[in-house]
Design a binder for this molecule. Structure first.
Ligand code: ATP
Length: 255
């Protein structure tokens, strides 16, 4: 991993993640054009914009799924590599997509420990330990009904319940930042409220969130700052209390 120290004049105010000059081209189309994006500790950043604005592409660079053609990434002021999923893991970034990337055929507890399975001293999977821990995690991190049995198969869960499992996993493994890619678009009103409450709870734990959504009301409820994209460029970066919903709508629609 390439690590280059940069100025640390204000250590406490360094972003936990900062991207500079991010560019991504598909053929002749610039999906991201010299984008600067940062997230502070415990901050909820709403990533907004019309269809095709570049939100998903930016989120995919954050989660290491898309490798930009150009640009730099810094964590706590130190230049880091973010070129694949393993890099994102190492930087403490968890992405929660609509389908949450959980394995449907596996139980809740197996999904919670996917890739980080606990083993006993003989090297075998310690299912009891994982089951017990999953139970505790679900009880403490998730306020959503239907998640009391860690043995339940994930395919049998609703969209909101799946997201709750993914969120609980992020909290338990002390992620620094959770990226939500349109998490509420397929959820019921109650499930949406639960996801929004989870984002607020994550902030309480000092975990930052990037919240991609088309729903400005939801964004306004939980975001500290808005970043608006249009045609691959960042066109607005503002504290959420400095812009009204009407203004936001106008800015997004006018581009
Ligand atoms: N794999 C790809 N191949 C070619 N073009 C792509 C690819 N991914 C994205 N694009 C293009 O890049 C642009 C930005 O797409 P992106 O999915 O990032 O937008 P978005 O803001 O997330 O839109 P939406 O809200 O509709 O999901 C679009 O014009 C899209 O067609």
């Amino acid at each position: 991993m390439k690590m280059t120290a940069v100025s640390k004049s204000e250590p406490s105010r360094l972003p936990i993640l900062e991207m500079r000059g991010i560019t991504k081209t598909y053929g002749s189309h610039r999906a991201l054009d010299d984008v600067a994006f940062h997230v502070m500790s415990g901050e909820v950043v709403g990533l907004l914009g019309d269809n095709g604005a570049g939100k998903s592409t930016l989120v995919k660079t954050l989660s290491g799924v898309v490798r930009p053609d150009d640009g730099e990434v810094y964590q706590d002021g130190v230049r880091v590599r973010l070129a694949n999923h393993a890099d994102a893991e190492a930087l403490g970034i968890e992405t929660i997509y609509q389908d949450c990337a959980l394995v449907g055929a596996m139980s809740i507890y197996r999904n919670m420990f996917l890739g980080r399975e606990e083993t006993n001293r003989f090297g075998f999977l310690d299912r009891d330990a994982m089951r017990r821990k999953a139970q505790t995690i679900l009880e403490s991190a998730v306020e959503i009904s239907g998640l009391d049995d860690p043995e339940k198969v994930v395919a049998a869960l609703s969209g909101g319940q799946k997201q709750a499992v993914a969120i609980a996993r992020a909290v338990h493994f002390r992620k620094r930042m959770v990226v939500f890619d349109e998490p509420t678009s397929a959820l019921s009103v109650r499930e949406t409220e639960n996801v929004l409450a989870s984002i607020v709870r994550l902030r309480g734990e000092g975990i930052s969130s990037v919240f991609v959504t088309h729903n400005l009301y939801h964004a306004k409820q939980v975001c500290d700052r808005f970043v608006v994209m249009a045609r691959g460029r960042k066109i607005l970066d503002t504290p959420s209390d400095e812009v009204s919903l009407d203004e936001l709508t106008r800015i997004i629609v006018s581009r």
